[in-house]
Write a protein that binds this ligand. Structure first.
Ligand code: BES
Ligand code: MN
Ligand code: ZN
Length: 498
């Protein structure tokens, strides 16, 4: 797609998209649109309520040509992901006959004073609308695909915001590219996505975007003492990987941020095997890793002045005679011994090693891990927010604000020490599961806390309910890319603070 920024429409495109929210200025926009399209305002007002993703097609004449006008609803006080999803939905619905000369109007009073965040989300969504989940279909006809190269998109904003909107368009494009790759990773089935595949992805991305990647193979994992990661991998024919990444800005860094992502490429539960209903979704048990990979790639693309160090412990959790057994006692990089009561509580084991590794070897100012860690978080928050656990109120405030702005929301849950007694083992330093389903998300977080070496600014994001979601784009749940926009927005807020 080719994008041009304008402050007035030069010649009208073949279709003008007008995004509108249920907020002040809606009436004014509707009356302009009613005039332009010669539609009775009362009819327009009764047919179009600006609900989220609502699409109303109207027609107008310009230079003797009949043209389309798409009114696109954004819902009530939209966050940027509502804008993104509305545009994604429009393209998805109309891609068969979408005119290739498009205009996007942010000129009206219903858009924010500075429309840049809307512009970024709109471009991001516009491009994601053509995401094709049929990765492995053999009967794909070329004409099925919609050809983005044919599109010319004119973005209309008022003159004072041309410059910020230009940057926003570039960012929207950059996000969409990374989102495509992250979606493909999360949606890929486990037989196409081994721990080595995640490592290869990181290496290729690091080369392309300029950040360092080191991949530990099984031998190095054992030698380094990442015993907890290794114990989870024992039942799989695919060896584990431990992916260490570092992005260093060219100039001075504002902050050093440590990221850790859970990279379980398939979670059968191990010998504590899961029921088969919905087990296929456990191919997405690397959603935390995907968020970390996407975030470091985006930070490098955007050249953020933030130093990022990241680790992805990656493994399959499988069933075999060699699998770790319930009751086994294993070691950890930190040195503590762990009694594995339930082999399905594997995420906390591999994250434990990742967290200690990052703290000991890189001493970041802030430590954030993302993981599809517990079903308990889904029972608590549903698919509306990720669980947030942290020992630092400022970090909580910053992450919550980033969540509100991006719509990738988080909700804090407690980390009181009282919960530690759930993790006391008779035979080892701690156990990985209390044996009771009560407060499962919290006890998992308390387990992780035992491995952060008392780091003063740690946040754990349990994104089990957010990494995949139902949508209009697929019949099954599919990847959301949750965490990428959240983390980048958080890093941006650090830049504004500075
Ligand atoms: N990967 C799962 C958590 C999960 C469940 C993610 C559903 C996405 C959707 C995790 O490894 C797991 O199995 N957790 C167990 C822990 C329990 C055995 C203590 C759970 O939440 O049931
Ligand atoms: Mn599990
Ligand atoms: Zn898991």
């Amino acid at each position: 797609m080719q994008f041009k920024l304008r402050h007035t429409a030069t010649s009208f495109p073949d279709a003008l998209i007008v995004p509108v929210a249920q907020q002040t200025g809606l009436e004014a926009v509707l009356s302009l649109v009613a005039d332009l399209t010669d539609t009775p305002i009362e009819l327009l007002k009764s047919d179009f309520k600006a609900g989220a993703r609502e699409l109303q097609t109207l027609y107008f004449t310009e230079e003797n040509k009949r043209k389309r006008l798409y009114l696109l609803g954004l819902g009530e006080s939209p966050r940027t992901n509502d804008v993104l999803n509305a545009f994604r939905s429009l393209v998805f619905k109309r891609k068969a006959n979408l005119p290739t000369k498009l205009g996007l109007s942010f000129l009206h009073k219903n858009a924010p004073e500075n429309p840049a965040p809307w512009v970024e989300a709109a471009i991001n969504g516009l491009l994601l609308g053509r995401y094709d989940i049929g990765l492995y279909k053999t009967d794909k006809k070329p004409e099925d695909g919609f050809d983005p190269d044919k599109f010319h998109v004119e973005v209309l904003v008022d003159a004072p915001h041309l410059e910020v909107a230009t940057v926003a368009v570039q960012r929207g494009q950059a996000f969409a590219q990374t989102h495509f790759e992250v979606f493909d990773l999360v949606n890929a089935p486990a037989n196409k996505k081994t721990p080595q595949v995640l490592a290869d992805w990181a290496v290729a991305s690091g080369k392309q975007h300029g950040y360092a990647v080191e991949v530990f193979d099984e031998e190095k994992i054992v030698k380094t003492g990442l015993h907890a990661l290794h114990s989870v991998s024992k039942g799989s024919e695919h060896p584990p990987t431990f992916i260490v990444m570092e992005y260093k800005p060219k100039g001075e860094a504002l902050r050093k941020i440590g990221l850790v992502g859970k990279g379980v490429t398939f979670d059968t539960g191990g010998l504590s095997i899961k029921p088969s209903t919905n087990m296929h979704y456990m191919k997405s048990d690397m959603g935390g890793a995907a968020a970390v990979l996407g975030a470091i790639e985006m930070a490098a693309k955007l050249q953020l002045p933030i130093h990022i160090v990241a680790a992805i412990p990656s493994t399959e959790n499988s069933v075999d005679s060699l699998s770790t057994k319930p009751g086994d006692v294993i070691g950890s990089y930190q040195g503590k011994t762990i009694e594995v009561i339930d082999t399905d509580a594997e995420g906390r084991l591999i994250l434990a090693d990742g967290l200690t590794y990052i703290v000991r070897n890189f001493a970041p100012d802030v430590l954030i891990d993302l993981a599809t860690l517990t079903g308990s978080t889904i029972r608590t928050l549903g698919t509306y927010a990720g669980g947030l656990f942290s020992n630092n109120d400022d970090l909580v405030a910053q992450l919550n604000q980033a969540g509100e702005r991006t719509g990738e929301r988080l909700w804090r849950l407690p980390l009181w020490d009282d919960y530690n007694k759930e993790l006391k083992s008779d035979v080892a330093d701690l156990k990985n599961f209390s044996g009771s389903p009560a407060a499962g998300a919290i006890t998992a977080a308390k387990f992780l806390e035992a491995f952060i070496e008392k780091h003063p600014a740690w946040a754990h994001l349990d994104i089990a309910g957010m990494a995949v979601a139902d949508s209009e784009f697929a019949s099954q749940k599919s990847a959301t890319g949750f965490g990428v926009r959240l983390l980048i927005d958080y890093m941006h807020s650090l830049m504004e603070e500075a």
